[in-house]
Design a binder for this molecule. Sequence first.
Ligand code: SF4
Length: 347
Amino acid sequence: MSSNSLETISCDYRTPFSHIYIEEEALQYPATARILEYFKNRDTVQIPIRQYQEVFHRKHQSFAAQKHSPSLILAVKHGNLIYPGAKVCQSFGNAHFYYTSFVMNCPFDCEYCYLQGMYSSAHIVIFVNLEDFFTETKKLLVQHPVYLCISYDTDLLALEPMTGFLTEYLAFAAELPELTTELRTKSACRLSRPDGFSAEAAKRFILAYTLSPDYVATNYEHRTAPLAARLKAAIAAHQNGFPIRLCFDPMLRFPGYEAVYTEFFTQVREALRDIPILDASVGVFRISDTYLKQMRKHRPDSAVLAYPFETVQQVCHYGSRSADMIQLAINCLADWIPEEKIFTIED
Ligand code: SF4
């Protein structure tokens, strides 16, 4: 075990930020000092601000332009810090399903990412008051066990060299047997157990790898790790004692998708056949119609977003074609992952 929970040598997904906006209130937090230290020898301009909203919610911003060169915003989050899991997200059978976001926006740039529809800015906001998130989590734990997803609206693992948040989170979660955490990632960064984080505690920290065919990763998941690197990272995470979840979600529909996905599932299975898989989720692309409208504006030439989706109750999806896609995945996984461990979201 190492005292630093990330083997940074295997992680190369850092975005160079030319500007860092810092809320006055954020200055007093150790995470702010740590992040600024990370940028010490870089050519980065620091700008004090009163509240992150004055930059993040500015009018007439271009999400697409900012995505090429995002700024960083260090802020303090007030109000709700933890939310009940959304219906469109998979609970994996957990009764008390919540999610939280220490960070808004992501260093990666997936063409189908819902964040493009959700936010008007692509700047990355890091909330430095982690302790307040921990306090809220503990309040929930007084009531019942908690299943908490911490990396939906970003990729915390990819940002770890800059934030150190996972190191802090693992220290917090180490002594909380009623807390189960899911960390979702498309990075190839490798997380190891910090000192004092027992094998028992590691069993409650699920590393969920979103896996896609290389065709999809290359064409639609810009800046993410290639498939082979994600698979190697998953094996390393298993060796470090973390349960491994595989997320085949969202599957995308494009000409020849059947052959691409069939070969992909074979590749994944060959690579991971010797490690236990906790469970898997399978889902097809789906998005709210208002988000899709925004996303198409940002990416007028995206083939993924141009698809003639069906819209039912304000949700756009592949309609009856979704079932074939899900079935393809289930067939390919059938004699590897038991059916009861495969969770599906169709639309
Ligand atoms: S990894 Fe997830 S959060 Fe990040 S850009 Fe891709 S879809 Fe969005």
